[in-house]
Design a protein around this ligand. Sequence first.
Ligand SMILES: CC(C)(COP(=O)(O)OP(=O)(O)OC[C@H]1O[C@@H](n2cnc3c(N)ncnc32)[C@H](O)[C@@H]1O)[C@@H](O)C(=O)NCCC(=O)NCCS
Ligand SMILES: Nc1ncnc2c1ncn2[C@@H]1O[C@H](COP(=O)(O)OP(=O)(O)OP(=O)(O)O)[C@@H](O)[C@H]1O
Length: 198
Amino acid sequence: MIMGLTGGIASGKSTVSALFVNKGAKLVDADVIAREVMLPGHQVLAATVRHFGQDILFPDGTLNRAKLGEIVFRDPEAIQTLNDLTHPAIRQEIRSRMQEMDTLEPERLIIVDIPLLFESNLQGMFEEIVVVYVPREVQLARLMERNNWSKEQAEDRLNAQMDIELKRSKASYVIDNSGDLVHTEMQVAKLWDRLGLL
Ligand SMILES: CC(C)(COP(=O)(O)OP(=O)(O)OC[C@H]1O[C@@H](n2cnc3c(N)ncnc32)[C@H](O)[C@@H]1O)[C@@H](O)C(=O)NCCC(=O)NCCS
Ligand SMILES: Nc1ncnc2c1ncn2[C@@H]1O[C@H](COP(=O)(O)OP(=O)(O)OP(=O)(O)O)[C@@H](O)[C@H]1O
């Protein structure tokens, strides 16, 4: 069984994915793939540099992520361009990894963690979608603390994504991660049982 998992930035997707993996699920992580396509030598990084300029690179040729982030997250046109450059390759790699895992171990739950699942209209890839939810204020506070960001930086990133309440309303299952970890773990265990997994 393959299940999509999404939520807002810093809502706890990695935390919840790890809980599923502890129970025996396999994971495909879109953020990891998104980083792979931005490594030196990859055609996606080369195309991104052609568009945004050499200034987004460090002298050693690796991507200056903070710099590209500053450019795109304040400018809707720039983020759209970056999405057009990166998303087709990321999507293709997600598909190929989940199909490979499913072929090798068809009885296992495969969790596919995609932050922009709804924004990119990928609902059709999954029968079930879990949304990891926290209210916007909690999201903002955790993001500022984890990344050591100002409120403005955190809000720019939040505003580049679909509202978390709307995501919640589109879910097959909601995991509320606004309480402590034990509370979240209980909800994962409950969902695991409900899906009939052992
Ligand atoms: C602009 C980049 C270099 C900034 O890197 P940075 O290290 O600061 O952030 P990181 O990649 O760890 O992303 C953290 C979170 O930001 C949010 N985010 C990233 N890209 C986007 C985007 N295009 N639109 C909206 N939110 C985004 C996601 O919630 C993601 O989980 C990087 O995010 C990037 O290459 N983005 C384009 C690819 C992409 O869409 N990745 C995310 C989904 S797979
Ligand atoms: N239940 C919780 N209580 C307190 N802090 C939490 C809880 N769950 C997660 N966190 C913290 O909130 C931050 C965001 O969590 P996490 O990294 O899992 O989110 P994410 O959705 O995967 O983030 P991103 O969108 O950046 O990939 C982390 O610093 C994490 O330690």
